[in-house]
Write a protein that binds this ligand. Structure first.
Ligand SMILES: [Zn+2]
Length: 496
Protein backbone atom coordinates (compact mmCIF):
# COMPACT_ATOMS: atom_id res chain seq x y z
CA UNK A 1 0.00 0.00 0.00
CA UNK A 2 1.62 3.26 -1.15
CA UNK A 3 0.57 6.92 -1.29
CA UNK A 4 1.01 9.02 -4.44
CA UNK A 5 0.59 12.75 -3.84
CA UNK A 6 -0.43 15.08 -6.65
CA UNK A 7 -0.70 18.38 -4.73
CA UNK A 8 1.97 19.87 -6.98
CA UNK A 9 0.21 18.81 -10.19
CA UNK A 10 -3.58 18.33 -9.85
CA UNK A 11 -3.57 20.43 -6.65
CA UNK A 12 -1.87 23.29 -8.42
CA UNK A 13 -4.58 23.14 -11.10
CA UNK A 14 -7.04 24.32 -8.43
CA UNK A 15 -8.53 27.54 -9.78
CA UNK A 16 -6.69 30.50 -8.27
CA UNK A 17 -3.68 28.60 -6.96
CA UNK A 18 -0.15 29.16 -8.12
CA UNK A 19 2.70 28.03 -5.89
CA UNK A 20 6.03 29.82 -6.27
CA UNK A 21 9.17 27.90 -7.24
CA UNK A 22 10.51 28.03 -3.67
CA UNK A 23 7.16 26.90 -2.23
CA UNK A 24 7.04 23.93 -4.61
CA UNK A 25 10.49 22.77 -3.51
CA UNK A 26 9.49 23.08 0.12
CA UNK A 27 6.20 21.26 -0.44
CA UNK A 28 8.07 18.41 -2.14
CA UNK A 29 10.50 18.18 0.80
CA UNK A 30 7.62 18.16 3.28
CA UNK A 31 5.78 15.42 1.36
CA UNK A 32 8.92 13.27 1.21
CA UNK A 33 9.60 13.85 4.90
CA UNK A 34 6.16 12.59 5.93
CA UNK A 35 6.64 9.37 3.98
CA UNK A 36 4.73 9.99 0.74
CA UNK A 37 5.90 7.21 -1.59
CA UNK A 38 5.59 9.12 -4.87
CA UNK A 39 5.27 12.83 -5.67
CA UNK A 40 3.79 14.08 -8.91
CA UNK A 41 5.95 17.18 -9.29
CA UNK A 42 4.20 18.69 -12.30
CA UNK A 43 3.49 18.58 -16.03
CA UNK A 44 6.85 19.58 -17.54
CA UNK A 45 5.64 19.98 -21.14
CA UNK A 46 3.12 22.62 -20.09
CA UNK A 47 5.68 25.43 -19.74
CA UNK A 48 9.37 26.22 -19.42
CA UNK A 49 8.85 27.24 -15.77
CA UNK A 50 7.09 23.97 -14.95
CA UNK A 51 9.93 22.05 -16.57
CA UNK A 52 12.53 23.90 -14.45
CA UNK A 53 10.53 23.25 -11.29
CA UNK A 54 10.14 19.53 -11.94
CA UNK A 55 13.86 19.26 -12.69
CA UNK A 56 14.75 21.16 -9.49
CA UNK A 57 12.50 18.87 -7.44
CA UNK A 58 14.06 15.77 -9.04
CA UNK A 59 17.52 17.23 -8.34
CA UNK A 60 16.79 17.41 -4.61
CA UNK A 61 17.20 13.61 -4.52
CA UNK A 62 14.39 13.24 -2.00
CA UNK A 63 13.45 9.95 -0.44
CA UNK A 64 10.42 9.60 -2.75
CA UNK A 65 9.70 8.61 -6.35
CA UNK A 66 9.48 11.84 -8.38
CA UNK A 67 6.95 11.64 -11.18
CA UNK A 68 6.26 13.89 -14.18
CA UNK A 69 2.99 13.97 -16.14
CA UNK A 70 2.94 13.61 -19.94
CA UNK A 71 0.27 13.40 -22.62
CA UNK A 72 0.65 10.30 -24.80
CA UNK A 73 3.16 12.04 -27.06
CA UNK A 74 6.84 11.27 -27.30
CA UNK A 75 7.71 15.02 -27.07
CA UNK A 76 5.99 15.24 -23.67
CA UNK A 77 7.75 12.10 -22.47
CA UNK A 78 11.11 13.46 -23.68
CA UNK A 79 10.65 16.63 -21.61
CA UNK A 80 9.92 14.49 -18.52
CA UNK A 81 13.02 12.39 -19.13
CA UNK A 82 15.08 15.59 -19.48
CA UNK A 83 13.89 16.55 -15.99
CA UNK A 84 15.46 13.34 -14.59
CA UNK A 85 12.20 12.11 -13.05
CA UNK A 86 12.05 8.58 -11.66
CA UNK A 87 8.61 7.92 -13.16
CA UNK A 88 6.70 9.14 -16.20
CA UNK A 89 2.91 9.25 -15.90
CA UNK A 90 1.27 9.04 -19.35
CA UNK A 91 -2.45 9.41 -19.89
CA UNK A 92 -4.95 9.11 -22.72
CA UNK A 93 -8.72 9.61 -22.73
CA UNK A 94 -10.62 6.31 -23.07
CA UNK A 95 -14.29 7.25 -22.53
CA UNK A 96 -16.30 7.86 -25.67
CA UNK A 97 -17.19 11.42 -24.74
CA UNK A 98 -13.56 12.43 -24.20
CA UNK A 99 -12.18 10.33 -27.07
CA UNK A 100 -14.56 11.88 -29.60
CA UNK A 101 -14.44 15.46 -28.35
CA UNK A 102 -10.81 15.88 -27.30
CA UNK A 103 -8.36 13.63 -29.20
CA UNK A 104 -10.70 12.49 -32.00
CA UNK A 105 -9.35 8.92 -32.09
CA UNK A 106 -11.07 5.57 -32.59
CA UNK A 107 -10.94 2.92 -29.82
CA UNK A 108 -8.40 0.95 -31.90
CA UNK A 109 -6.19 4.01 -32.34
CA UNK A 110 -6.22 4.61 -28.57
CA UNK A 111 -5.13 1.00 -27.99
CA UNK A 112 -2.24 1.42 -30.45
CA UNK A 113 -1.14 4.72 -28.91
CA UNK A 114 -1.25 3.12 -25.44
CA UNK A 115 1.10 0.29 -26.48
CA UNK A 116 3.47 2.65 -28.28
CA UNK A 117 3.71 5.34 -25.62
CA UNK A 118 4.11 2.92 -22.70
CA UNK A 119 6.91 1.05 -24.42
CA UNK A 120 8.51 4.37 -25.40
CA UNK A 121 8.50 5.44 -21.75
CA UNK A 122 9.94 2.10 -20.64
CA UNK A 123 12.76 2.42 -23.17
CA UNK A 124 13.84 5.59 -21.36
CA UNK A 125 12.62 5.34 -17.79
CA UNK A 126 12.36 2.60 -15.22
CA UNK A 127 8.89 3.47 -13.97
CA UNK A 128 5.78 4.13 -16.05
CA UNK A 129 2.33 4.91 -14.74
CA UNK A 130 -0.44 4.64 -17.31
CA UNK A 131 -3.78 6.42 -16.84
CA UNK A 132 -6.95 5.71 -18.81
CA UNK A 133 -8.44 9.17 -18.42
CA UNK A 134 -12.15 9.16 -17.54
CA UNK A 135 -11.86 5.42 -16.81
CA UNK A 136 -15.07 5.36 -14.77
CA UNK A 137 -17.13 6.52 -17.77
CA UNK A 138 -15.42 4.10 -20.15
CA UNK A 139 -17.05 0.86 -21.31
CA UNK A 140 -15.61 -1.70 -18.87
CA UNK A 141 -14.77 -4.39 -21.47
CA UNK A 142 -12.86 -1.82 -23.51
CA UNK A 143 -11.18 -0.35 -20.42
CA UNK A 144 -9.82 -3.79 -19.46
CA UNK A 145 -8.43 -4.17 -22.98
CA UNK A 146 -6.64 -0.81 -22.71
CA UNK A 147 -5.17 -1.66 -19.29
CA UNK A 148 -4.02 -5.06 -20.55
CA UNK A 149 -2.34 -3.37 -23.51
CA UNK A 150 -0.57 -0.96 -21.14
CA UNK A 151 0.51 -3.76 -18.80
CA UNK A 152 1.76 -5.91 -21.68
CA UNK A 153 3.74 -2.94 -23.02
CA UNK A 154 5.50 -2.62 -19.67
CA UNK A 155 3.48 -0.19 -17.52
CA UNK A 156 4.70 -0.59 -13.94
CA UNK A 157 1.40 0.64 -12.49
CA UNK A 158 -2.00 1.41 -14.00
CA UNK A 159 -4.15 4.25 -12.74
CA UNK A 160 -7.95 4.27 -12.68
CA UNK A 161 -9.08 7.91 -12.61
CA UNK A 162 -12.60 8.93 -11.69
CA UNK A 163 -11.84 12.09 -13.65
CA UNK A 164 -15.15 13.86 -13.17
CA UNK A 165 -16.03 12.35 -9.81
CA UNK A 166 -19.20 10.51 -10.81
CA UNK A 167 -18.49 7.07 -9.33
CA UNK A 168 -19.95 5.50 -6.20
CA UNK A 169 -18.10 3.27 -3.72
CA UNK A 170 -20.11 0.21 -4.84
CA UNK A 171 -19.29 0.78 -8.50
CA UNK A 172 -15.65 1.38 -7.58
CA UNK A 173 -15.49 -1.86 -5.63
CA UNK A 174 -16.82 -3.84 -8.60
CA UNK A 175 -14.55 -2.16 -11.13
CA UNK A 176 -11.34 -2.47 -9.09
CA UNK A 177 -12.12 -6.10 -8.22
CA UNK A 178 -12.41 -6.89 -11.95
CA UNK A 179 -9.28 -4.98 -12.97
CA UNK A 180 -7.19 -6.53 -10.20
CA UNK A 181 -8.26 -10.04 -11.24
CA UNK A 182 -8.00 -9.52 -15.02
CA UNK A 183 -4.96 -7.27 -15.47
CA UNK A 184 -1.54 -8.32 -14.28
CA UNK A 185 -0.32 -4.98 -12.91
CA UNK A 186 -0.52 -3.01 -9.65
CA UNK A 187 -3.57 -0.71 -9.58
CA UNK A 188 -3.74 2.93 -8.47
CA UNK A 189 -6.81 5.21 -8.18
CA UNK A 190 -7.30 8.94 -8.68
CA UNK A 191 -10.68 10.17 -7.50
CA UNK A 192 -12.30 13.57 -7.87
CA UNK A 193 -14.68 15.04 -5.36
CA UNK A 194 -17.50 16.46 -7.48
CA UNK A 195 -20.12 14.68 -5.37
CA UNK A 196 -18.04 14.54 -2.18
CA UNK A 197 -17.19 10.86 -2.73
CA UNK A 198 -13.46 11.13 -3.54
CA UNK A 199 -12.22 9.80 -0.20
CA UNK A 200 -14.92 7.09 0.04
CA UNK A 201 -14.19 5.90 -3.51
CA UNK A 202 -10.45 5.89 -2.84
CA UNK A 203 -10.60 3.88 0.38
CA UNK A 204 -13.12 1.46 -1.17
CA UNK A 205 -10.71 0.90 -4.06
CA UNK A 206 -8.08 -0.19 -1.51
CA UNK A 207 -10.57 -2.63 0.00
CA UNK A 208 -11.08 -4.06 -3.48
CA UNK A 209 -7.36 -4.56 -4.07
CA UNK A 210 -5.87 -1.27 -5.29
CA UNK A 211 -2.32 -0.96 -4.02
CA UNK A 212 -1.79 2.77 -4.42
CA UNK A 213 -3.93 5.87 -3.78
CA UNK A 214 -3.63 9.33 -5.30
CA UNK A 215 -4.27 12.19 -2.91
CA UNK A 216 -3.62 15.89 -2.40
CA UNK A 217 -3.09 17.91 0.75
CA UNK A 218 -6.36 19.54 1.86
CA UNK A 219 -8.08 17.84 -1.09
CA UNK A 220 -6.91 20.52 -3.53
CA UNK A 221 -7.42 19.88 -7.22
CA UNK A 222 -9.51 20.68 -10.28
CA UNK A 223 -13.12 21.78 -9.56
CA UNK A 224 -14.11 20.27 -6.19
CA UNK A 225 -10.67 18.73 -5.79
CA UNK A 226 -9.24 15.28 -5.13
CA UNK A 227 -9.17 12.82 -2.23
CA UNK A 228 -7.68 14.50 0.83
CA UNK A 229 -4.45 12.93 2.13
CA UNK A 230 -5.31 13.27 5.84
CA UNK A 231 -8.77 11.72 5.57
CA UNK A 232 -7.68 8.96 3.20
CA UNK A 233 -4.63 8.00 5.26
CA UNK A 234 -6.47 8.07 8.61
CA UNK A 235 -9.37 5.98 7.28
CA UNK A 236 -6.90 3.41 5.97
CA UNK A 237 -4.75 3.41 9.12
CA UNK A 238 -7.40 3.73 11.85
CA UNK A 239 -10.49 2.07 10.39
CA UNK A 240 -9.05 -0.51 8.00
CA UNK A 241 -5.79 -1.07 9.88
CA UNK A 242 -3.77 -0.70 6.67
CA UNK A 243 -0.22 0.65 6.96
CA UNK A 244 0.31 3.56 4.55
CA UNK A 245 3.88 4.46 5.48
CA UNK A 246 2.79 8.04 6.24
CA UNK A 247 4.03 9.74 9.43
CA UNK A 248 0.52 10.66 10.49
CA UNK A 249 1.69 12.94 13.31
CA UNK A 250 2.80 15.40 10.63
CA UNK A 251 -0.55 15.56 8.81
CA UNK A 252 -1.77 18.66 10.67
CA UNK A 253 1.38 20.71 10.06
CA UNK A 254 1.41 19.64 6.39
CA UNK A 255 -2.18 20.77 5.99
CA UNK A 256 -1.37 24.18 7.51
CA UNK A 257 1.71 24.60 5.29
CA UNK A 258 -0.34 24.01 2.14
CA UNK A 259 -3.14 26.19 3.44
CA UNK A 260 -0.68 29.08 3.89
CA UNK A 261 0.90 28.61 0.46
CA UNK A 262 -2.37 28.03 -1.42
CA UNK A 263 -4.32 30.76 0.32
CA UNK A 264 -7.18 28.27 0.72
CA UNK A 265 -8.08 27.98 4.37
CA UNK A 266 -9.05 24.80 6.18
CA UNK A 267 -12.69 24.74 7.27
CA UNK A 268 -13.09 24.49 11.06
CA UNK A 269 -15.27 21.40 10.55
CA UNK A 270 -12.87 19.70 8.09
CA UNK A 271 -12.25 16.10 9.22
CA UNK A 272 -8.91 15.26 10.88
CA UNK A 273 -7.18 18.65 10.51
CA UNK A 274 -9.97 21.25 10.96
CA UNK A 275 -9.77 23.46 14.07
CA UNK A 276 -12.86 21.77 15.50
CA UNK A 277 -11.80 18.19 14.70
CA UNK A 278 -10.96 17.59 18.38
CA UNK A 279 -12.72 20.57 19.99
CA UNK A 280 -15.52 20.30 22.50
CA UNK A 281 -17.82 23.01 23.67
CA UNK A 282 -21.07 21.48 24.90
CA UNK A 283 -21.23 20.66 28.58
CA UNK A 284 -22.08 16.98 28.11
CA UNK A 285 -19.33 16.40 25.56
CA UNK A 286 -16.66 18.30 27.49
CA UNK A 287 -17.55 16.49 30.69
CA UNK A 288 -17.27 13.14 28.91
CA UNK A 289 -14.00 14.01 27.18
CA UNK A 290 -12.39 15.19 30.43
CA UNK A 291 -13.25 11.80 31.98
CA UNK A 292 -12.26 9.75 28.92
CA UNK A 293 -11.46 11.19 25.49
CA UNK A 294 -12.99 8.24 23.63
CA UNK A 295 -16.48 9.12 24.91
CA UNK A 296 -17.01 11.79 22.27
CA UNK A 297 -14.10 11.24 19.90
CA UNK A 298 -13.43 8.31 17.56
CA UNK A 299 -10.82 6.95 19.98
CA UNK A 300 -9.17 5.01 17.14
CA UNK A 301 -7.99 8.43 15.95
CA UNK A 302 -6.60 10.86 18.53
CA UNK A 303 -5.28 14.40 18.10
CA UNK A 304 -1.77 13.15 18.94
CA UNK A 305 -1.92 10.67 16.04
CA UNK A 306 -2.36 13.48 13.52
CA UNK A 307 -0.29 16.18 15.25
CA UNK A 308 -3.37 18.13 16.27
CA UNK A 309 -4.54 19.10 19.78
CA UNK A 310 -7.68 18.58 21.81
CA UNK A 311 -9.37 21.78 22.87
CA UNK A 312 -12.20 22.69 25.15
CA UNK A 313 -13.80 25.85 23.82
CA UNK A 314 -15.90 28.49 25.47
CA UNK A 315 -19.33 29.23 24.13
CA UNK A 316 -23.00 29.22 24.94
CA UNK A 317 -23.01 25.45 25.45
CA UNK A 318 -20.05 25.42 27.81
CA UNK A 319 -20.42 23.48 31.05
CA UNK A 320 -18.93 23.65 34.52
CA UNK A 321 -16.51 20.80 33.97
CA UNK A 322 -14.84 22.41 30.98
CA UNK A 323 -14.55 25.77 32.72
CA UNK A 324 -13.14 24.15 35.86
CA UNK A 325 -10.64 22.14 33.81
CA UNK A 326 -9.47 25.22 31.88
CA UNK A 327 -9.02 27.23 35.08
CA UNK A 328 -7.32 24.39 36.95
CA UNK A 329 -4.85 24.14 34.10
CA UNK A 330 -4.03 27.79 34.88
CA UNK A 331 -3.79 27.09 38.64
CA UNK A 332 -6.97 29.03 39.38
CA UNK A 333 -9.32 27.17 41.73
CA UNK A 334 -12.76 28.72 42.05
CA UNK A 335 -15.37 27.52 44.57
CA UNK A 336 -18.62 25.87 43.41
CA UNK A 337 -20.52 29.14 43.69
CA UNK A 338 -17.81 31.03 41.84
CA UNK A 339 -17.83 28.45 39.03
CA UNK A 340 -21.58 28.94 38.60
CA UNK A 341 -21.12 32.68 38.24
CA UNK A 342 -18.19 32.30 35.84
CA UNK A 343 -20.13 29.88 33.61
CA UNK A 344 -23.14 32.17 33.66
CA UNK A 345 -21.01 35.14 32.56
CA UNK A 346 -19.31 33.14 29.77
CA UNK A 347 -22.71 32.02 28.43
CA UNK A 348 -24.04 35.56 28.64
CA UNK A 349 -21.11 36.89 26.59
CA UNK A 350 -21.38 34.23 23.91
CA UNK A 351 -25.16 34.52 23.58
CA UNK A 352 -24.51 38.17 22.77
CA UNK A 353 -22.41 36.93 19.84
CA UNK A 354 -18.97 37.55 21.29
CA UNK A 355 -16.25 34.94 20.90
CA UNK A 356 -15.02 34.22 24.40
CA UNK A 357 -11.24 33.86 24.42
CA UNK A 358 -8.98 32.34 27.07
CA UNK A 359 -8.02 35.86 28.14
CA UNK A 360 -11.70 36.71 28.62
CA UNK A 361 -12.24 33.61 30.78
CA UNK A 362 -9.34 34.46 33.09
CA UNK A 363 -10.45 38.06 33.28
CA UNK A 364 -13.97 36.92 34.24
CA UNK A 365 -12.68 34.39 36.76
CA UNK A 366 -10.22 36.69 38.49
CA UNK A 367 -12.78 39.49 38.70
CA UNK A 368 -15.49 37.23 40.12
CA UNK A 369 -13.05 35.63 42.54
CA UNK A 370 -11.68 39.03 43.53
CA UNK A 371 -8.10 37.83 43.17
CA UNK A 372 -7.08 40.73 40.95
CA UNK A 373 -5.36 40.22 37.66
CA UNK A 374 -1.97 39.68 39.25
CA UNK A 375 -0.63 42.83 37.60
CA UNK A 376 -0.16 43.18 33.90
CA UNK A 377 3.32 42.11 32.90
CA UNK A 378 3.20 44.36 29.86
CA UNK A 379 1.68 47.80 29.77
CA UNK A 380 1.80 49.30 26.30
CA UNK A 381 2.70 53.00 26.41
CA UNK A 382 3.41 54.16 22.89
CA UNK A 383 3.25 52.71 19.44
CA UNK A 384 4.25 54.41 16.20
CA UNK A 385 3.79 52.87 12.77
CA UNK A 386 5.15 53.94 9.43
CA UNK A 387 3.76 52.39 6.28
CA UNK A 388 3.12 53.28 2.63
CA UNK A 389 3.73 52.05 -0.88
CA UNK A 390 7.41 53.06 -0.92
CA UNK A 391 8.51 52.31 2.63
CA UNK A 392 9.10 49.08 4.49
CA UNK A 393 6.39 48.94 7.17
CA UNK A 394 8.09 49.71 10.48
CA UNK A 395 6.73 49.80 14.02
CA UNK A 396 8.27 51.17 17.24
CA UNK A 397 6.85 50.15 20.56
CA UNK A 398 7.46 51.52 24.05
CA UNK A 399 6.11 49.48 26.93
CA UNK A 400 6.53 48.88 30.63
CA UNK A 401 7.60 45.27 31.01
CA UNK A 402 7.45 44.20 34.65
CA UNK A 403 7.82 47.86 35.57
CA UNK A 404 10.82 48.52 33.33
CA UNK A 405 10.53 50.75 30.29
CA UNK A 406 11.60 48.93 27.10
CA UNK A 407 11.64 50.03 23.48
CA UNK A 408 11.76 47.88 20.36
CA UNK A 409 11.30 48.48 16.63
CA UNK A 410 10.71 46.01 13.87
CA UNK A 411 9.93 45.87 10.17
CA UNK A 412 7.29 43.54 8.75
CA UNK A 413 5.29 42.52 5.71
CA UNK A 414 2.66 45.06 6.68
CA UNK A 415 1.91 47.39 9.58
CA UNK A 416 0.22 44.67 11.66
CA UNK A 417 3.10 42.26 11.15
CA UNK A 418 5.63 44.99 12.06
CA UNK A 419 3.71 45.97 15.20
CA UNK A 420 3.32 42.37 16.43
CA UNK A 421 7.00 41.65 15.80
CA UNK A 422 7.98 44.78 17.74
CA UNK A 423 5.90 43.63 20.71
CA UNK A 424 7.36 40.13 20.56
CA UNK A 425 10.79 41.82 20.59
CA UNK A 426 10.25 43.13 24.12
CA UNK A 427 8.59 40.02 25.55
CA UNK A 428 10.73 38.02 27.98
CA UNK A 429 9.07 34.68 27.11
CA UNK A 430 9.50 32.85 23.82
CA UNK A 431 6.16 32.90 22.02
CA UNK A 432 4.94 32.27 18.51
CA UNK A 433 1.87 33.62 16.79
CA UNK A 434 -0.38 30.63 15.98
CA UNK A 435 -3.60 32.20 14.75
CA UNK A 436 -4.61 35.62 13.60
CA UNK A 437 -7.91 36.72 12.16
CA UNK A 438 -9.66 40.00 11.70
CA UNK A 439 -13.36 40.52 11.27
CA UNK A 440 -15.11 43.78 10.55
CA UNK A 441 -18.05 44.24 12.87
CA UNK A 442 -19.88 46.70 10.63
CA UNK A 443 -19.82 47.43 6.92
CA UNK A 444 -18.08 50.66 5.90
CA UNK A 445 -14.44 51.79 5.84
CA UNK A 446 -14.94 53.10 9.40
CA UNK A 447 -15.93 49.59 10.57
CA UNK A 448 -14.86 48.39 13.99
CA UNK A 449 -12.28 45.65 13.55
CA UNK A 450 -12.23 42.69 15.90
CA UNK A 451 -8.96 40.77 16.08
CA UNK A 452 -8.69 37.26 17.49
CA UNK A 453 -5.23 35.82 18.02
CA UNK A 454 -3.66 32.78 19.59
CA UNK A 455 -0.05 32.50 20.72
CA UNK A 456 1.89 29.41 21.68
CA UNK A 457 4.67 29.34 24.28
CA UNK A 458 7.72 27.08 24.22
CA UNK A 459 5.83 24.41 26.21
CA UNK A 460 3.16 24.14 23.52
CA UNK A 461 0.51 25.94 25.57
CA UNK A 462 -1.87 28.04 23.50
CA UNK A 463 -3.47 31.27 24.72
CA UNK A 464 -6.18 33.11 22.83
CA UNK A 465 -7.11 36.75 23.24
CA UNK A 466 -8.82 39.51 21.33
CA UNK A 467 -8.77 43.24 20.78
CA UNK A 468 -11.15 45.63 19.02
CA UNK A 469 -11.15 49.14 17.69
CA UNK A 470 -11.46 51.22 14.56
CA UNK A 471 -7.70 50.90 13.98
CA UNK A 472 -6.82 47.30 13.13
CA UNK A 473 -3.13 47.78 13.99
CA UNK A 474 -4.00 48.96 17.49
CA UNK A 475 -6.65 46.24 17.85
CA UNK A 476 -4.02 43.67 16.88
CA UNK A 477 -1.45 44.99 19.35
CA UNK A 478 -4.09 45.04 22.09
CA UNK A 479 -4.92 41.39 21.37
CA UNK A 480 -1.23 40.46 21.43
CA UNK A 481 -0.58 42.30 24.71
CA UNK A 482 -3.67 40.65 26.26
CA UNK A 483 -2.44 37.21 25.21
CA UNK A 484 1.05 37.79 26.56
CA UNK A 485 -0.27 39.13 29.84
CA UNK A 486 -2.40 36.04 30.19
CA UNK A 487 0.60 33.82 29.57
CA UNK A 488 2.69 35.70 32.16
CA UNK A 489 -0.10 35.51 34.71
CA UNK A 490 -0.33 31.75 34.30
CA UNK A 491 3.44 31.40 34.48
CA UNK A 492 3.43 33.33 37.77
CA UNK A 493 0.63 31.15 39.13
CA UNK A 494 2.63 28.06 38.19
CA UNK A 495 5.72 29.20 40.08
CA UNK A 496 3.76 30.05 43.24
ZN1 LIG B 1 -7.40 14.87 -11.60
Amino acid sequence: MTVFDTTLRDGEQTPGISFTFAQKLEIARQLASIGVHAIEAGFPASSQGEQETVKAIADQKLDAVICGLARSRTEDVDVCIDCDVDMVHVFIPTSEVQRVHTIKKTPEEVLDITREIVSYVRDHCELCMFSAMDATRTDTEYLIKVFRAAADAGATIINVPDTVGVYTPTAMKNLITRIVSEVNCPVDVHCHNDFGLAVANTTTAVEAGASQVQVTVNGLGERAGNADISQTVMILESIYGVKTGIKTASLYETSRLISRYSGIGVLPIQPVVGDNAFSHESGIHSHGVIACAATFEPGIMTPEMVGHRRRLTLGKHVGRHAVRQMLTDAHINPSEIEIDRIVEKVKFMSVKGKKVTDADLYEIATTIMGIGNGGRAIELQDIAIMTGNHVIPTASVKALVNGKELVCSSTGNGPVDAALKAILGIVPAKVQLKEFNIEAISGGSDAIGHVNIAIEDDHGHVFSASGSGDDIVLASTEAMVNAINLLQRIRQAETK
